[in-house]
Design a binder for this molecule. Sequence first.
Ligand code: DX5
Ligand code: ZN
Length: 213
Amino acid sequence: MVRVAPSLLSADFGNLREAIQKVAPAADLLHLDVMDGQFVPNITMGAMIVEAVRKSTDLPLDVHMMIVEPDRCLSDFRHAGADMLSVHVEACTHLERTIDRIHELGALAGAAINPATPVEQLVDILGELDYVLVMSVNPGFGGQKFWPRAIQKIERTVALRQGQQRPLIEVDGGVNESTSQAIRRAGADILVAGSYVFDSEDPSERIRILRQE
Ligand code: DX5
Ligand code: ZN
């Protein structure tokens, strides 16, 4: 069954602990968006927030790093409690080395790709990745419209795996009740959803809808 990762970007940061408690019973992992105002226009959280979230939950923490030169702070985020670290292909000059470093730190390693980046670019390091993060919006903000061509990209990622279950395929951006079915059918393993989950009185119910229980 598909796993659902609520993205805290759309949570109430004035009341983060309560927001986490609301999604925790239904969530499989939590997605945290790190933005630096350079790789993407927005600035969000640093390792301090990841540490605070770590203290509020035992769920695996999936940290999506939308920053330039992510190598500089992988260890900070790992020590703050990240279980999964994804870096953007577009931000890494030596991606293979960065993935290696994430593994040395003891976390699962993911490669994130913007809509304009072909997944085929990962073909030579696919075996080293724990997951591929297919962006279905241009990163930077929550609440954007799903980019429909992401469906084909998910299917192409499945084909590149040649029958294997790994790397897992995570999809992020514009995931809601109208887009999730096609995303699941295309073969995604993890759905990230921010605004759809948190813009609700009952976020856990939204998670169950995405998982189609
Ligand atoms: C966007 C972030 C997403 C964001 C998704 O750059 O990577 O994780 O929270 O938000 P929604 O689900 O609202 O599109
Ligand atoms: Zn994200």
